[in-house]
Design a protein around this ligand. Structure first.
Ligand code: ZN
Ligand code: ZN
Length: 148
């Protein structure tokens, strides 16, 4: 049995997972669509969205929870924490955390058995920091001189 529609869907899903696992930038669906389109020129953004939702439910990929208008996705499903940029919304992985972060966690909160903890750091990413440092606009001195 080789249903051509089914085969195409399987291939699309495979490419989406491969491209997502290659990226460490936690892309939005639109960003992942751009990457996927290089290999599958006829794929649609809707197909990418649908597959991301399905793959997330299957546990093959992870949807990065958090604020922001657009969901971001992670090909790394191993437990790890994130740091999110308050300026551009970019998300990066946090490497090693002190063991106390893992060990001090309560076994029960409000009657819930606690299975894990999910939080994210918030900060300003290297790119945005550079922009902050260089993009300060015209200096005060230049304005003063023009006014004289
Ligand atoms: Zn940023
Ligand atoms: Zn991640």
């Amino acid at each position: 049995m080789s249903d051509p529609v089914l085969r195409r869907q399987t291939r699309q899903r495979k490419v989406i997972v491969e491209e997502l696992k290659k990226l460490t930038s936690h892309p939005t669906a639109a960003e992942l669509y751009e990457a996927t389109r290089r290999r599958l020129p006829h794929i649609s953004l809707g197909t990418v969205y649908r597959n991301l939702a399905l793959l997330g439910r299957m546990g093959v990929i992870r949807k990065v929870e958090g604020p922001g208008p657009e969901a971001r996705y992670d090909g790394n499903v191993d437990p790890h924490h994130h740091v999110r940029c308050v300026r551009c919304g970019g998300v990066a992985d946090v490497g090693h955390l002190p063991d106390s972060f893992q060990e001090d966690r309560p076994a029960e909160v409000g009657g819930f058995e606690i299975l894990g903890v999910r939080f994210e750091f918030i900060g300003v990413c290297p790119d945005c920091r550079e922009q902050q440092a260089t993009g300060t606009g015209p200096s005060k001195n230049a304005e003063d001189q023009q006014g004289q």
